[in-house]
Design a protein around this ligand. Structure first.
Ligand SMILES: O=P(O)(O)OC[C@H]1O[C@H](OP(=O)(O)OP(=O)(O)O)[C@H](O)[C@@H]1O
Ligand code: HPA
Ligand SMILES: [Mg+2]
Length: 183
């Protein structure tokens, strides 16, 4: 859906569809170079990373496999609970494989720091993170991120996979949600 359809529910467009496309191509090229001769498993974090995973994986020119995990720390609110739950685990065994976690956003960092530790503990050969968005001012824990698309301000955003109470995921760009929608 075009951002213009919800102009009354957002305060600012942060990243346009065009900017996302350009950045996804850049990130894919970097991953192609880095993992040229490696057996790569892209791990998408449901549901937010669905759009990013679909675009990033197709922009890559090396063969990769995809798998998915669903973890949740937000529920229907706008602040992380800090408690990470596995809602759906991987189908693949990551032992000895090069894992690239594909995330839509690093906010507090709690989800990813937990996830990186979890996959390392399963014996992955390497675990790297590629995130489209990051909120540096919201970090509660440091996450060692390999690649980041855009650093954004500490405001609640929606679109390109990111939701508020399961809405707005299908927007083509990323925008700041008007506080009037959730207060
Ligand atoms: O850095 P953090 O503060 O941990 O926040 C980031 C995580 O929160 C969101 O997921 P959410 O739990 O909302 O699930 P969803 O992807 O299904 O919307 C987002 O997709 C990240 O996975
Ligand atoms: O700003 C956000 N928007 C939507 N989902 C999120 N999950 C973490 N941060 C965000
Ligand atoms: Mg969410």
């Amino acid at each position: 859906m075009d951002l213009s359809k919800v102009s009354d529910q957002i305060t600012k467009v942060l990243v346009t569809e065009e900017q996302i496309n350009e950045k996804v191509a850049e990130l894919a090229a970097e991953l192609d170079k880095k993992y040229a001769d490696k057996d790569v498993l892209l791990v998408g974090v449901l549901k937010g990373a669905v759009m990013f995973m679909a675009d990033l994986s197709r922009a890559m020119q090396i063969p990769v496999q995809m798998d998915w995990m669903a973890v949740s720390s937000y529920g229907s609110g706008t602040v992380s609970s800090g408690v990470v739950r596995i809602l759906k685990d991987l189908d693949a065994d990551v032992l000895g494989r090069h894992v690239v976690i594909v995330e839509d956003i690093i906010d507090s960092g709690l989800t990813l720091s937990w996830l990186v530790g979890n996959l390392e503990a399963r014996g992955a050969a390497s675990v790297e993170v590629v995130a489209l968005l990051r909120k540096p001012a919201a970090a509660k824990v440091e996450v060692n991120v390999g690649l980041v698309g855009f650093d954004i301000p500490n405001e609640f955003v929606v679109g390109y996979g990111l939701d508020y109470a399961e809405r707005y995921r299908t927007l083509k760009g990323v925008a700041v949600l008007s506080p009037a929608v959730y207060s």
